[in-house]
Design a protein around this ligand. Structure first.
Ligand code: DX5
Ligand code: ZN
Length: 216
């Protein structure tokens, strides 16, 4: 299998001790840090904005994978890019300007990605794939950590892998939601290369072991 990137989601971190939480993940062998930005409108939860990314950027050199779950994300691309995001991914359901937003991300020097929620078909990604550095399949409904993995996400990953191999082999496939040590192998076998996990890693007694097991 190709290289696997493990991206702990800070949604499950202690927000009052974020610097220590990031270092804890870095020491445990995390490849990326996944940052979930929520606006309380696109999803029924609110997290943080560009200031958090800017402050995290000061404490780590790890790749910052910023997942925007906000309405009309184009409004905030400059702020997240300037804050030091490496990847900025946007939900295709959050705007009519998906293509324009992906281009705005690239123009700002970041890598861009398109995200589909569980009810959005993979086929929707076809027209965006040529532009994308990453395509993300949500395997829970966006908004909260600690939800149960939705099983048909495996078939969606397989479909996406075929499409990706055909259209843009350089695009990374990411999976996000309900990933554990028990189901990580099957999502990797189905094509996932970047693995987001919040509760499974932050909630682990031994995050280094959990991350290592997810890469086996
Ligand atoms: C959910 C977020 C996820 C979340 C994953 O909307 O996009 O990144 O933190 O958390 P777990 O791994 O606990 O499902
Ligand atoms: Zn996420």
């Amino acid at each position: 299998m190709s290289k696997t990137f493990i991206a702990p989601s800070i949604l499950s971190a202690n927000f009052a001790d974020m610097g220590a939480e990031i270092r804890r993940m870095q020491d445990a062998g995390a490849d990326w840090i996944h940052c979930d930005v929520m606006d309380g409108i696109f999803v029924p939860n609110i997290t943080f904005g560009p200031k958090m990314i800017k402050d995290i950027r000061k404490v780590t050199d790890l790749v910052l994978d910023v997942h925007l779950m906000i309405t009309e994300p184009i409004r905030y691309i400059p702020q997240f890019a300037d804050a030091g995001a490496d990847y900025i991914t946007i939900q295709v359901e959050s705007t009519d300007k998906v293509e324009e937003t992906l281009l705005a991300i690239k123009e700002r020097g970041c890598k861009c990605g398109a995200v589909i929620s569980p009810d959005t078909p993979v086929e929707v990604l076809r027209k965006y794939l040529p532009l994308c550095d990453m395509a993300l399949v949500m395997s829970v409904h966006p908004g909260f950590g600690g939800q149960k993995f939705i099983e048909n996400s495996v078939a969606k990953l397989e479909e996406l892998k075929k499409l990706r191999d055909e259209i843009n082999p350089n695009c990374i496939i990411e999976i996000d939601g309900g990933i554990t040590e028990d189901n990580v192998q099957k999502v990797r076998a189905a094509g996932a290369e970047a693995i987001v996990a919040g509760s499974a890693i932050f909630g682990s007694k031994d995050p280094a072991k959990t991350i290592a097991n997810m890469k086996l």
